[in-house]
Design a protein around this ligand. Structure first.
Ligand SMILES: *[C@@H]1O[C@H](CO)[C@@H](O)[C@H](O)[C@H]1NC(C)=O
Ligand SMILES: *[C@@H]1O[C@H](CO)[C@@H](O)[C@H](O)[C@H]1NC(C)=O
Ligand SMILES: *[C@@H]1O[C@H](CO)[C@@H](O)[C@H](O)[C@H]1NC(C)=O
Ligand SMILES: *[C@@H]1O[C@H](CO)[C@@H](O)[C@H](O)[C@H]1NC(C)=O
Ligand SMILES: *[C@@H]1O[C@H](CO)[C@@H](O)[C@H](O)[C@H]1NC(C)=O
Length: 473
């Protein structure tokens, strides 16, 4: 009797079906505002188009939260008028020297993960506690960079579209909408236009980041309005699915998550998946992978969940996701918060529809675009050493399969031990550098790296962007 009751309570508390790189973003699901006045959505495109830039900027200013004195701006930029597609952004000018600080765009993965996750859980200035108070993060990236958090693609988080055809079905759609948002953003905030610009993101953003960077790279020479792109940073990146999928069976076996028999099954499934990819049978490849790993669009647990008993593949040491990673969802449903950030009663989407429309894209590679970016810009590719879903060794497989101008040097490059301070006994991670390219493995953290390792992540991104090298201080 007690056992049954206990189980019932547990069932009632457990989350629903999870999505590939989105499982935890989905738990942050906030459909509607709570009681109270959430204000109105702020659409900035009319101000940009009519040249009322000062007015637009003023309106987008986010009034400080109680006890805070921090300047930020947020609102909507219309990226496709036919479908009424709108992108939500939240911009934090750097604390130190905002007039010179690089502007860093952050894109969450998923597909369908809101960048509000990155802001509140990974590296924004605020941490939401269980009782909805805001705490200051110790090493926010907003200290040295002007951080631009964007809900991408439309249909993710607070971003929305009014039409089914407004959803992205491939990375071209993603890049086109994002580019429109960036061009308008830099018109509105023209003081930041000449600062260095970096595109960063993790997981499925391993596809978005090369897509938008390549789009900028292609358009810059032929447009008057240029974006000052200097480089990109990719964390635990899902850029080249094939090379990652091929590596799963032996990796999962080596870390003890699969036994011999399960490995054989996994191997067979992965072989079939890769076969579908070669045949460009994208949907079949997606469906197979979904059943095997993710269970995002099937109504039963995936094979991975069944054999490991765990729903979390973001950190080798954790079977479930830390509870505090979902507090921000409730925070974003509070009327006074919604009023402050100009989202009104807009539904906060869990990304399931975005994922549905990107199903075929899920198994396609952005390798050619990434190659061109590596040939022309600064690139950082990093992994949390404890990540499972895009493990360090799987990223290494992807890199070894790439042919770019530094490939030969990269294959021979010596790995360096990276410590933050000379006096540190602890090692922060490992680095291989070839010219403008850095590969970093950060110790002691998983997929959600800045959450697990705030200081190491902060040091890493600063060393990369400011070109400080990897010697201890
Ligand atoms: C808030 O910060 C601004 C500039 O950073 C400063 O001018 C202002 O006095 C501060 N206000 C309070 C109440 O601390
Ligand atoms: C809106 O999106 C559609 C589909 O991607 C595209 O064909 C069209 O050119 C877009 N319109 C604008 C104004 O960007
Ligand atoms: C909220 O929780 C924090 C600890 O997480 C505590 O310090 C604070 O006093 C609490 N605030 C309220 C209003 O309960
Ligand atoms: C996982 O286990 C459940 C319960 O036994 C089963 O219904 C489901 O088919 C399994 N999933 C896969 C992908 O094999
Ligand atoms: C939001 O509010 C407007 C009126 O301000 C209303 O027409 C609309 O239905 C509301 N939308 C949602 C999702 O509640």
């Amino acid at each position: 009797m007690w056992k049954a009751l206990f189980l019932l309570v547990l069932l009632a508390l457990s989350p629903g079906a999870d999505g590939l790189f989105r499982s935890l973003y989905r738990k942050a699901h906030v459909s509607r505002p709570r009681k109270g006045d959430p204000g109105q959505r702020l659409f900035l495109t009319p101000y940009i188009e009519s040249g009322k830039l000062t007015k637009g900027r003023q309106l987008s200013l986010v009034p400080p939260f109680p006890g805070w004195n921090l300047t930020s701006y947020s609102g909507y930029i219309t990226v496709n008028k036919t479908y009424n597609s709108n992108i939500f952004f939240w911009f934090f000018p750097a604390k130190i020297e905002p007039e010179n600080a690089p502007v860093v765009l952050w894109l969450q993965g998923g597909p369908g993960g809101s960048s509000m996750f990155g802001l509140f859980v990974e590296h924004g200035p605020y941490i939401v506690s269980k009782n909805m108070t805001l705490f200051a993060r110790d090493f926010p990236w907003t200290t040295t960079f002007s951080m631009l958090y964007v809900d991408n693609p439309v249909g993710t988080g607070f971003s929305f579209t009014d039409h089914v055809h407004g959803y992205a079905i491939d990375e071209d759609d993603v890049a086109q909408n994002l580019y429109s948002a960036l061009i308008q953003f830099f018109e509105l905030f023209s003081d930041y236009r000449d600062n260095d610009f970096y595109v960063t993101g993790e997981s499925y953003a391993g596809k978005y980041v090369p897509a938008i960077a390549h789009y900028i790279h292609t358009l810059n020479p032929v447009t008057t309005m240029k974006i000052n792109l200097k480089g990109i940073a990719l964390g635990d990146a899902y850029s080249d699915p094939k090379s990652i999928i091929e590596g799963y069976p032996s990796f999962l076996f080596q870390i003890g998550l699969l036994d011999e028999q399960e490995k054989k099954y996994f191997q067979k499934q992965c072989n079939d998946c890769v076969k579908f990819i070669h045949q460009e049978k994208w949907l079949q490849a997606f469906e197979l992978l979904d059943r095997l790993l993710d269970g995002g669009l099937i109504s039963e647990p995936s094979y991975f969940q069944n054999v490991t008993g765990c729903s979390n593949y973001y950190n080798l040491l954790l079977c479930t996701e830390p509870e505090d990673q979902s507090y921000f969802g409730k925070f974003l449903s509070l009327p006074h918060v919604r009023q402050a950030i100009h989202v009104g009663n807009q539904t906060f989407s869990d990304g399931a529809r975005v994922e549905k429309y990107l199903r075929e894209d899920t198994v396609k590679s952005v390798k050619p675009w990434l190659t061109e970016i590596m040939n022309n810009y600064k690139v950082l590719i990093y992994n949390g050493q404890l990540d499972v879903i895009v493990a360090a060794s799987l990223t290494e497989r992807s890199l070894m399969a790439m042919d770019w101008k530094g490939s030969q040097k990269y294959k021979k490059a010596e790995k360096k031990v990276w410590k933050i301070l000379k006096s540190d006994l602890e090692v922060a991670g490992y680095v291989r550098q070839v010219d403008n390219f850095c590969q970093v493995i950060v110790r002691g953290g998983g997929h959600i790296l800045p959450y697990d390792q705030p200081l190491r992540s902060f040091d890493m991104i600063n060393r990369f962007i400011f070109g400080r090298g990897w010697d201890p201080y």
